[in-house]
Design a protein around this ligand. Structure first.
Ligand code: PEP
Ligand code: MG
Length: 579
């Protein structure tokens, strides 16, 4: 790879600009950095490689045997390919010769040669070939993990590290943040994936680029431009200097800009207040300032407590956690969403069963109604925290009224127990539901009669309405919350809420999009809840909007037949305002 400046385009899935040095990681955090080794260490490298391959083979054999026992020969056959790959003596011989010739560390040479072998397979039109490439990479990852002595996620990274990898789970992002990573370059995952959401809430820039993983080498200077949506590898001195200046021009950090906001809630040009909330995932860098500015928490994604711990924390741990948030935000509302697990937020084999189609399986409220004890524990912790602030409980992924009834019954039962135990809680704690699947939006009239408030989750509503996985970059072009089908469902829900006198929030990413804000205000949404990074911009923009005028936007937008027609209308309006 050349040292020349190279711009790799992609999509920004978490905004911000950082300047740093790359760390390319494999699944399992294998280090593949290039390290020359003296001749005396070459035999040691070869021996380590042989050992890593032997151990991998032993592991695969065990899995193979277990698969035969549990699932029978036909299923176990899928492991045959991996066994063949791991046991490929010819390939191993070539790698060893190459280590001797190049005098490089075994991991680097092995990885480079595996990549050379898989690139043409990956490009093949034959599915079988592409599957083989995946098998080879998966075996290679196992070998490389062993070669690197296993993964060590506790080690701090060098300052200003930008982590480059194929795909990261929310847990990975958390782990790297702990290790002080400043940004990410990924090849897989959609803009509304939970990986992206957590990166945004932690204010870590992320660029999604299919090619980056292949094109970026380890330990090279890099600029992640999460505003323009590209990565600059090996930037020239002048580019580097320019970006440093641009970063300075971006102004003070977010917390300072939030501090400077004068009127909260912001009011429209004609004097109508629009409530603003923050979407939080874990305690973040801006919490104190948000609280001082009386910006409440419109959505607290408690499931990340599970993800951060890799287990469900007990009642006391949860209670302490929620109490701290409630106290930080004082009188401002804190909406604690009960665990929204399943789908893309948990990998198979954790506490959840493997499912062929997890997005349509045990997710959110459905999962909690199956895992009653986990739900009861969380309900108790949230109720107890409600004694310390303005806490509300939000139930995710509701599809049917029966789920609301069952959840409310459990909440009542836990209230009764807490009373008997003489534990304090707010008797009138509000309980709301998320409307994020079409069935809920279509029956919002009925659902909203049974709850204290509603929050529209446009991220999921979009994926379920358009049948476009929010995580899947192949269908990212279809995933658009401005699709008229999605907007019709949003409006239907808002009207149902208005009819039943139930306050309604939009808490999906749509609430923070400049283009959508006038439309949502026109519909009569009571609160917009968004990532902290969007708050300043949206508050400033609201001041320019005339709430009466935007009501006239709603009809034509809702009647649009295409995303383009919606965008054109909203863009015309925004441009007129910005003039
Ligand atoms: C949503 O679906 O819009 C939402 C806010 O919930 P999450 O993104 O956590 O699924
Ligand atoms: Mg959701």
């Amino acid at each position: 790879m050349s040292d020349r400046e190279q711009i790799i385009s992609g999509v920004s899935i978490s905004s911000g600009i950082v300047l740093g040095t790359t760390r390319v990681v494999m699944p399992g955090d294998v280090q593949v950095s290039e390290e020359p080794v003296p001749a005396s260490r070459v035999p040691g490298e070869i021996e380590a490689l042989e050992k890593a391959v032997e151990e991998t083979l032993a592991e695969l054999r065990e899995v193979h045997q277990a698969a035969i026992r549990k699932m029978g020969g036909p299923v176990a056959k899928i492991f045959d390919a991996q066994l063949l790959i791991a046991g490929d003596r010819e390939f191993l011989k070539t790698v060893k010769a190459e280590i001797e010739r190049r005098r490089m560390n075994a991991g680097f040479v092995y990885h480079a040669m595996v990549q050379k072998a898989v690139v043409p397979l990956k490009r093949s039109p034959e599915r079988y070939m592409r599957q083989t490439a995946q098998d080879i990479e998966s075996v290679a990852a196992k070998v490389l993990v062993r070669l690197s002595g296993g993964s060590d996620l506790s080690k701090r990274l060098p300052p200003n590290t930008v982590v480059v990898g194929k795909t990261f789970s929310p847990n990975d992002i958390l782990a790297y943040r702990e290790r002080k990573a400043i940004g990410f370059i990924v090849s897989e995952g959609g803009t509304e994936s939970h990986m992206a959401l957590i990166a945004r809430s932690l204010m870590l820039p992320v660029i999604l680029s299919e090619d980056a993983w292949r094109l970026v080498s380890n330990n090279v200077p890099v600029i992640v431009d999460g505003v323009a949506g590209h990565v600059i590898v090996n930037p020239s001195e002048s580019t580097w200097g320019e970006y440093q200046r641009r970063k300075r021009r971006l102004g003070p950090p977010l917390v300072t800009r939030i501090k400077k906001l004068t009127k909260i809630p912001p009011v429209t040009a004609d004097g109508v207040p629009v409530h603003i909330g923050a979407n939080l995932t874990l305690p973040g860098p801006a919490d104190e300032i948000l609280a001082q500015q009386h910006i409440g928490v419109g959505l607290y994604r408690t499931e990340f407590l599970y993800l951060a711990n890799s287990a469900f924390p007990d009642e006391e741990v949860q209670y302490e956690h929620y109490r701290r948030i409630a106290e930080t935000f004082g009188d401002s509302p804190v909406v604690l969403r009960t665990f929204d697990l399943g789908g893309d937020k948990l990998s198979n084999g954790d506490d959840f069963p493997a499912e062929d189609n997890p997005a349509l399986g045990l997710r959110g409220m459905r999962a909690m109604l199956e895992m009653r004890d986990v739900f009861r524990t969380q309900v108790r912790a949230i109720l107890r925290a409600s004694a310390h602030g303005n806490v509300r409980m939000l139930l995710p992924m509701i599809t049917d009224i029966s789920e609301v009834e069952r959840a409310k019954k459990i909440i009542s039962q836990e209230k009764l127990k807490l009373r008997q135990e003489k534990k304090k809680f707010a008797e009138d704690m509000q309980v709301g539901i998320m409307i994020e699947v079409p069935s809920a939006a279509m029956t919002a009239e009925t659902l909203t009669r049974r709850v204290d408030f509603v929050s529209i989750g446009t991220n999921d509503l979009t994926q379920y309405t358009l049948a476009a996985d929010r995580m899947n970059s192949h269908v990212a072009h279809l995933y658009n919350a401005l699709h008229p089908a999605v907007l019709n469902l949003v409006y239907k829900t808002v009207r149902a809420c208005q009819g039943n006198n139930v306050p309604v929030t939009v808490c999906g990413e749509l609430a923070g999009q400049r283009l959508a804000v006038p439309l949502l205000i026109g519909m009569g949404v009571d609160m917009l809840s968004m990532a902290p990074a969007r708050i300043v911009d949206v508050c400033r923009f609201i001041k320019k909007i005339d709430s009466t005028l935007v009501r006239h936007l709603v009809g034509p937008v809702i009647a649009s037949g295409t995303v383009q027609a919606v965008v054109d209308r909203l863009r015309d309006y925004r441009e007129a305002l910005e003039k």
